[in-house]
Design a protein around this ligand. Sequence first.
Ligand SMILES: [Zn+2]
Length: 326
Amino acid sequence: MSARRCDGPLRRPLASLLRRGLLMAVLVPPLLVGCGPGLLTGSGTSGKPSDADSRPLVLTTFTILADMARQVAGDRVRVESITKLGAEIHGYEPTPSDLKRASGAQMVLENGMGLERWAQRFYATLPDVPHVTLTEGITPLPIASDAYRGKPNPHAWMSPRLAKVYVQNIRRALTELDPAGAEIYRRNAERYDGELDALDKELQASLALIPPRQRVLASCEGAFSYLARDYGLTEAYLWPVNAESQVTPQRMASLIALVKERRVPAVFCESTVSAEPQKQVARESGARFGGVFYVDSLSLPGGPAPNLLELQRRNLKTLRAGLAGS
Ligand SMILES: [Zn+2]
């Protein structure tokens, strides 16, 4: 372990601590906040924040980014998501306790592409905390219709090929925050990149088994645009983005018409919104409701999508089972 981990908030000048709202940290007895070897090894395994945890705190705007950041950071950095598991992330309203926690962060990792409009409040009140956009370098796909027409579709993490860009951006950001950890971040990023490559091949091989006419992914939110483009699927949805999750008669009628015309066996919805409208589409089109996809949030730790790789495998299984009519 390098000494860099001890260069966290505790060794910053008092003025900087005050600015960052960390005064409480310097008032805690030195034994509790010390940076001895025991603390360094002890802080590494649980990943749970504690007052004695001297590692840098990096916040992400939602749980999937937190998982990706942890894959690259390992135990060297404390990574926490601002929004909780299962939260609706498009129209999130930050709470006072979110803002308070953010004041102790050294960095915020966001998706960008217009997803976290709500995070602007954070940045306005935390001028010293840098925020890094993880979709930097990705060409956005525009939202096809309605109020958000022409704006970027933010769900780039849903294509494993683009998730690799996130990983490189995370590696760069962590290396800048903690140059002494550069080699660890490089190795972790390389390993995770390899796992995303394997997932990419798995998705290609598995989706190729579905007859082309049936390769329709019908969900509540238009969150699969990047995945659909990269893996040869047709995407259909009830609303283009959860920020305007209204079901109009026209939207419902056009999805029902498409499902009937393509004889799509199953329609789906995401875990973070109500599936009721999609169940109505199923009833009226003759398709089945095929279950829930994980897109904007991971599941609870013991659930079916505890990390991004498992999330993708779970969604693939749900899609294939639905389209196969099993
Ligand atoms: Zn979404």
